[in-house]
Design a protein around this ligand. Structure first.
Ligand SMILES: [Zn+2]
Length: 539
């Protein structure tokens, strides 16, 4: 056992150094010897078994039996770190913080204890009381007196009542002998489930649809970061293309990738490991394309969908709430990608936007604090372009009862001044659009510490909010229509009433993404501005 673990560790370390040397060659000029090295390293990666972290590295994976009751979380996406029997029927449960809270100093993600996912079986019928004792206080808004968790019995997930009291989540359960019951923050969408989903999805597609599935990059721990390509078949529109150097590590030297003459819609998901509702939104998007209705047909005829369904598979496997295996929030590194080239998911997003003619980019997330569903986008100084950017969120607003328009901030980098210039934008107040240019905050590039702050700014702007995908895709690759779509895990409010989300609401939200993209293309003002932007970029 000890040997196996140390072997695993060695393999992991050697893989990390292989990854790093493979990636560091990006910064140097491409030479034939580099190319050969890359080829060898790619082959080594290919031949390696998938490396799972040992239990030493992964405190979220346990298997404990106390008086005939077994608790375990040592599986994909599981998270439970400790069980303590307090009374005959009462157990205190602890969950593991991402990377046990040992996170890099540039990150601001302390207290990521929210995601839990574990199984329990009792040898006898047994009434148990569970108390999750260390839920993070920073997400307390999501918990109320009638909060729910999720329970899986006989293969079916359903909501299950829990009480939030004194920063603890409490629930009781009546076990039948030998019945396995799974408890989780949300019905999990694990790394394996994600792979199985696409195995099945492929077999269900309309014959007119072109589908391709490949590994665009490997995660630090050697898991696949997959890229799915979906469009309407049309051989005349295809052209052969080279394989971008940093991506598609499994491709042979003489293989090239098909590049379509159409524009692309890039959708990414699960950069934050525990944000399962994002996977259900993606499921809705994919089902919509599969159903091949009028909207889907139009979009598939005119665009190629590129989908990266799991940007942070290591975090997902480890049962993290947010971070990767090194404790980084990968949605805060997009502006530092060359300094930390191990962020292969974000790198795949940026390189895809650089190598393909991407018109829309949508990054899918879930939110533990802000209610409802909403979109963050970027602010553009030209009002007509800004209106065109808002067309997709406005269409969402018109179709989705629980959607609210909420714009966040634009991020502009002034390389000459060596500064980030971040502008806070309005939330639902039209007049704040006018104010936007005054609401400027400066950060130096090196330390990301605010240099000056305008008191009128309606945001508490946090320097760590730089490096977000939707902003850096827009800044570095000129994809204007770049969005973060968010949905609260638990609830939305409407007419001052609070409603709980069902899983089906997330799936329907994904379908509405397709309908809204289609509807935007029925608006002539939007079409005109988009055509103008497309022709400028082409020129
Ligand atoms: Zn997120």
């Amino acid at each position: 056992m000890g040997n196996k673990q140390s072997n695993e560790k060695q393999m992991q370390e050697s893989q990390i150094s292989q990854n790093q040397s493979q990636l560091s060659s990006r910064d140097s000029q491409i030479s034939s010897s580099n190319f050969t090295n890359n080829k060898i390293q790619k082959q080594v990666l290919l031949n390696q078994e998938l490396i799972y972290p040992s239990s030493d590295d992964c405190p979220s994976k346990i298997n404990v039996t106390l008086n005939g009751i077994t608790f375990w979380s040592n599986y994909d996406s599981g998270n439970l770190s400790q069980v303590e029997q307090i009374e005959a029927t009462t157990f205190n449960l602890s969950i593991s913080e991402d990377c046990q809270g040992r996170i890099p100093p540039v990150q601001s993600n302390k207290g990521t204890r929210q995601w839990f996912n574990f199984k329990v079986v009792s040898v006898t019928d047994f009434q148990a009381n569970f108390v999750i004792v260390n839920i993070a206080t920073r997400f307390k808004k999501i918990w109320t007196n009638d909060s729910d968790i999720y329970v899986k019995i006989n293969k079916i997930w359903s909501r299950y009542p829990a009480v939030y009291q004194g920063f603890q989540v409490k629930f009781s359960f009546e076990f039948k002998a030998n019945q396995i019951v799974q408890f989780a923050y949300m019905p999990p969408w694990s790394y394996k489930k994600n792979q199985k989903f696409f195995d099945f999805y492929f077999s269900q597609l309309h014959p007119d649809i072109y589908f391709r599935r490949e590994t665009i990059a490997y995660s630090l721990e050697g898991r696949n970061i997959e890229l799915i390509t979906i469009t309407k078949n049309g051989p005349h529109e295809q052209q052969e293309y080279y394989c971008p150097e940093f991506l598609f590590p499994d491709k042979q030297q003489n293989e090239s990738l098909i590049k379509f003459k159409k524009q692309y819609i890039l959708i990414s998901c699960r950069v934050h490991a525990g944000e399962v509702p994002a996977s259900f939104i993606l499921k809705g998007i994919l089902e919509s394309l599969q159903n091949y209705n009028e909207s889907a047909k139009f979009l598939l005829e005119n665009y190629v969908f590129l989908i990266i369904p799991m940007l942070n598979p290591d975090g997902v496997y480890r049962g993290h709430y947010r971070l990767d295996s090194l404790g980084y929030d990968q949605n805060r590194v997009y502006n530092r990608i060359l300094k930390f080239p191990k962020f292969n998911g974000p790198l795949a997003v940026l390189e895809t936007c650089k190598n393909y003619n991407v018109a829309f980019y949508i990054d899918l997330h879930a939110h533990s604090v802000l209610s409802n569903s909403f979109i963050y986008t970027n602010w553009h100084p030209d009002p007509s372009i800004h209106q065109a950017i808002l067309e997709f969120p406005k269409q969402m607003k018109s179709k989705v009862a629980h959607f609210r328009i909420k714009e966040a901030m634009s991020t502009q980098i002034n390389y000459e001044k060596n500064q980030y210039e971040i502008e806070g934008i309005y939330t639902e107040k039209e007049e704040n659009i006018q104010k936007a240019p005054e609401l400027k905050i400066h950060f130096t590039k090196e330390n990301l510490v605010p240099q000056s702050m305008n008191d009128d700014c309606p945001y508490s702007i946090n320097p760590y909010l730089t490096g977000v995908a939707k902003s850096d895709v827009y800044l570095t690759t000129q994809v204007m229509f770049s969005y973060t779509l968010e949905v609260n895990y638990r609830f939305y409010t409407k007419n001052k009433q609070v409603f709980k989300y069902e899983i089906t609401d997330f799936i329907t939200l994904g379908r509405d993404v397709i309908e809204s993209l289609y509807s935007a293309h029925q608006n002539q003002d939007f079409i005109q501005i988009k055509q103008h932007l497309d022709s400028n970029i082409l020129n």
